[in-house]
Design a protein around this ligand. Structure first.
Ligand code: PMV
Length: 343
């Protein structure tokens, strides 16, 4: 067996506090609006990539299961590998082994940690040594939210007219004393993918223009609040961002929330009325995520666990970006400029 290079990386999921929803028409998977997220600690995707000249096709083993070449996750992984091969000027096929230590239906996007880990491991295994911004650019082309998981702490992703889709760190994990409580409301996977939901929203929601006008303002205001360490303002804006995104999507018939999601949100608001600084956010699925301070986790968890339809809660804290754990390449290092490396 002729291995030309291998690398293993770890990345974590992230949750958008200021959401992105919708894509710009141009190629490159650039979001229609800017977003701001927090990368989470605790839950990880570990991905090993081995480029091997004796393989005749790319292989993907995801959570211990070898996927068929026709499976969508396999195709998406091959698209990323093709970009890496073009930049590194290699032809070898690769074996990807990727494992999540958190359940896929946990409401935490495994595509974000998955593509961040894959972009990092694949480039290194191919002999490329790219700066994080270029790794994020590669990850974004597969899943826009994955660009944010390349960095730790609080991260923004550029979007909108004239934006390049660049991800960059805004503040370290310690910038805000924040915890996320994921209220798991179902163990099954979501029915409408975010890509399909976004496409329908953009083409048919009567509120699309209002979303395009509102989201950049929310992102900008949240950035200031975050840098000022204003927990309550970040929380208020996060709840607003999620509700605006879902209102816009719902007007296009795209409904991710269930009764349990809304019951959990009502409990978050009841906590607030009782003086606890708690805020809700919802992604493209039925799980409510509650944003609280570390000192309020126990109280909030007890109340959320009692909400009918909440099956369990998962606690997450801000964490690190994607990183390599092992790398070995026998491929000659390819000297590439940033522009050349851009897939
Ligand atoms: O990039 P995707 O396809 O994982 O879509 C992410 C969509 C939201 O999670 C709802 C919002 C966001 O900014 O992460």
């Amino acid at each position: 067996m002729k291995r030309i290079g291998e690398a293993t990386s770890i990345a974590h999921p992230n949750i958008a506090l200021a959401k992105y929803w919708g894509k710009r028409a141009q190629a490159g998977n650039v979001p229609a609006v800017p977003s701001l997220s927090v990368t989470l600690a605790g839950m990880s995707t570990t991905t090993e990539v081995v480029f091997d000249e004796h393989l005749d096709h790319d292989e993907l083993v995801l959570n211990g299961v070898a996927l068929a070449a026709s499976a969508r996750p396999h195709q998406r992984a091959v698209e990323l590998l093709d970009r890496v091969r073009a930049s590194a000027r290699i032809k070898a096929r690769a074996r990807i082994t990727s494992t999540n230590d958190f359940p896929t239906a946990s409401g935490l996007a495994s595509s974000a940690s998955g593509f961040a880990a894959l972009a990092l491991a694949a480039t290194r295994a191919a002999g490329l040594d790219l700066p994080p911004t270029e790794i994020a650019d590669l990850a974004r082309r597969s899943s826009a939210s994955a660009a944010r998981s390349v960095f730790g702490g609080f991260v923004e992703l550029d979007g909108g007219e004239g934006a390049s889709g660049e991800a960059r760190p805004v503040a370290p994990a310690t910038a805000l004393d924040l915890r996320i409580l994921v209220c798991v409301t179902t163990e099954s996977a979501k029915t409408t993918s975010s890509t399909d939901g976004m496409a329908l929203t953009q083409s048919t929601s009567p509120y699309w223009d209002a979303w395009l006008a509102d989201a950049p303002r929310v992102h900008r205001t949240m950035r200031y609040a975050l840098l000022a360490g204003d927990f309550a303002r970040v929380g208020e804006l996060a709840e607003h961002s999620a509700l605006a995104m879902h209102a816009c999507a719902m007007a296009a018939g795209v409904v991710y929330v269930t009764g349990a999601t809304l019951a959990a949100l009502a409990e978050v608001r009841a906590m607030r009325a009782d003086g606890l600084s708690a805020f809700g956010t919802i992604d493209a699925g039925p799980h409510l995520k509650c944003i609280v301070r570390a000192a309020d986790v126990a109280a909030a968890r007890t109340r959320l666990a009692a909400v009918p339809g909440v099956l369990r809660t998962i606690e997450a804290a801000p964490g690190d970006g994607a990183r390599l754990v092992e790398t070995r390449s026998t491929a000659p290092r390819v000297a590439v400029t940033s522009e050349e490396a851009r897939p």
